[in-house]
Design a protein around this ligand. Structure first.
Ligand SMILES: N[C@@H](CCC(=O)N[C@@H](CS)C(=O)NCC(=O)O)C(=O)O
Length: 208
């Protein structure tokens, strides 16, 4: 049995987790989820019925991990040999910007895509404030560094980088030079290319 069962669909946020699995060098078996017929093992691991979901078949028993950001950080910890963890001085940026992408960035993009923008008096309550502020804050952080934690790639870049990369592809984040340059560095990663090729082939197969 593989170390991980990976529930995914190629046209989903599962692409983030696949990239993370490849960066970590993890041994996994995929289960492709048909939205209309979700298997019981998947729903019991994640009652939300959402992908990505992984089940780690650890020595002490199975552990389910859901939420793409949590899956990324979990895999980095389980595979320290892959060198994706921050050093002491990078830890604040590692957590801060992973959670910034999973919270404000995700919410800002989703709200915009759904046609919702908080009124000025609602911005204090909305965790992302407003779309422009969220995007310019992330841009400001990435503007003068190669990666989220400085000059070293960490697992934070899998999650933050996926948000930027997907956003540029779907026209939901502004195509400024900072985001475009960061996405180019992301796309040059060997594990990114391997993971995207697998999902790309699965998507092509599904479209036949
Ligand atoms: N908060 C979750 C969101 C996961 C999510 O919404 N996944 C979508 C695909 S991108 C899904 O599984 N949709 C199928 C459904 O809800 O039935 C994460 O960050 O992983």
């Amino acid at each position: 049995m593989a170390d991980y069962t990976f529930f995914t669909n190629p046209m989903s946020r599962g692409q983030i987790a696949r990239w993370a699995l490849h960066e970590a060098g993890a041994d996994y078996q995929q289960v492709i989820i048909d939205w209309q017929a979700k298997p019981e093992a998947f729903l019991s691991a994640n009652p939300m019925g959402k992908v990505p979901t992984i089940v780690h078949h650890a020595d002490g028993g199975d552990r389910a991990v859901t939420e793409a950001a949590a899956i990324c950080l979990y895999l980095a910890e389980m595979h320290p040999e892959a060198g994706l963890l921050p050093n002491d001085g990078q830890t604040a940026d590692y957590y801060r910007w992973t959670f910034f992408a999973a919270g404000p960035v995700e919410a800002a993009i989703t709200a915009k895509a759904l046609g919702f923008a908080p009124k000025a008096e609602q911005e204090r309550m909305a965790g992302w404030g407003n779309f422009e502020k969220t995007m310019s804050t992330l841009e400001g952080h990435l503007a003068d560094r190669e990666w989220v934690c400085g000059d070293v790639f960490t697992m934070a870049d899998v999650y933050v980088g996926s948000a930027v990369d997907w956003g540029l592809n779907f026209g939901t984040v502004p195509p400024n030079t900072t985001f475009v340059g960061y996405a180019e560095r992301i796309q040059a990663r060997a594990a990114y290319k391997t993971a995207k090729a697998i999902d790309g082939a699965l998507i092509a197969e599904m479209k036949k």
